[in-house]
Design a binder for this molecule. Structure first.
Ligand code: FAD
Length: 325
């Protein structure tokens, strides 16, 4: 019995959420008193498996086959199903990626189970997991219990666990070659989807300066742009700013935008509505600048400045530039 974490790679590169999910796996395994194991699926993934084995894991399975070179739902489902039947884990964890959303529900049904998707935490009651998911755009947390025995299947929300909380270790790497049948793979892989060249991956940013309606008008955006530039940060925004076209949609953070987990998130003139908070509460340090001392953003902020952003932000830019000089 173990917690089995299915890590994700694309073209030999890690998906960032793999590490967050492994961190969740380590914590769940500790709570269950079971070892954590990991698997990486593809073709030629030994070096990635070896890298994963430098974390606290009992074993990493390099699940390899020529038919796993490019992702297809049928091949990945069959390969991971075979691995699960061999390993017999208590719990199978995935990062909540687009790929996982595509194949993991189908995989779970092969075990008469369902995928509990996008979980933010879990606790264990007599060895049975109780998963926590956000409901109603993050207004409520719901407990989800799965009836019957395992294996249980769950995917972990981006930013819910921190990759930097991963415990190091040294696990074994085991090669696993599933018996795949090409005639049972119905999909034909095409070139992977690429975001347009303009798209911004806020999820990879270490520092984010995010702007809200407190900025008042589009012409004032350069005020916060200057702070982002001084800090080497990505610029992001609350929804009204993107809805108004003051910044592109791809910079929106929140329940209908991106979920981010940077080291530092500066919320400038953002009130802290729940739909915004669900997208950024995973940030390591949150700094809020708002003229209303009662703004909800201060409830999640590690540092708060109550003041007019048009005075505070230029002063910060000056201080940052002076410190860098
Ligand atoms: C289904 C649904 C999905 C949604 N998805 C998202 C989402 O993904 N992301 C998102 O952000 N929102 C989302 N929203 C909208 C969300 O509910 C809020 O309306 C929005 O987050 C508010 O944006 P804001 O904080 O910029 O504006 P406001 O709530 O208007 O807050 C502006 C803040 O600026 C402060 N301020 C004003 N002037 C100054 C100044 N001079 N100096 C300093 N502070 C100042 C004010 O005190 C206030 O706190 C969604 C809503 C719904 C219904």
């Amino acid at each position: 019995m173990s917690v089995l974490v299915i890590l994700e790679q694309q073209g030999g590169k890690w998906h960032r959420m793999s590490w967050e999910t492994l961190a969740a796996g380590q914590q769940f395994a500790a709570a269950l008193g079971q070892p954590v194991e990991a698997a990486i699926v593809g073709n030629g993934v030994e070096s990635l498996a070896a890298e994963a084995a430098t974390k606290k894991v009992a074993k990493v399975y390099a699940v390899e086959h020529g038919l796993l070179q490019d992702y297809t739902a049928d091949a990945f489902t069959a390969a991971v199903e075979e691995l699960i039947r061999k390993v017999n884990p208590t719990l199978v964890l995935f990062p909540h990626t687009y790929q996982v959303r595509d194949f993991a529900p189908k995989l779970a049904t092969r075990f008469n189970q369902v995928l509990i998707s996008d979980v933010i935490s879990a606790r264990f009651e007599s060895g049975s997991p109780v998963f926590v998911r956000l409901l109603f755009q993050g207004k409520l947390n719901g407990d989800v219990r799965v009836s019957g025995g395992g294996p249980y299947f769950a995917s972990v929300q981006a930013g819910a666990y921190r990759a930097d909380s991963l415990e190091p270790g040294s696990g074994a790497v085991e090669s696993f070659t599933p018996a795949l049948d090409a005639s049972k793979i119905r999909q034909k892989p095409e070139a992977p989807f690429r975001e347009s060249a303009r798209a911004v991956d806020l999820t990879a940013a270490e520092i984010i300066v995010s702007v809200g309606r407190g900025i008042k008008e589009k012409d004032n955006i350069p005020v916060v742009e200057a702070l982002a530039k001084a800090l080497g940060a990505e610029l992001a925004a609350s929804r009204p700013i993107c809805d108004a076209g003051w910044l592109p949609m791809e910079r929106q953070v929140g329940s209908s935008g991106q979920t981010v987990a940077p080291k530092v998130y500066l919320a400038v003139g953002i009130s802290g509505a729940i739909q915004h908070l669900v997208g950024m509460k995973g940030a390591k340090t949150i700094v809020a600048i708002n003229k209303d001392a009662n703004a909800p953003i201060f409830e999640v902020a590690d540092y708060g400045i109550v003041g007019d952003l048009f005075e505070v932000v230029p002063a910060l830019v000056e201080a940052v530039n002076k410190a860098k000089a």
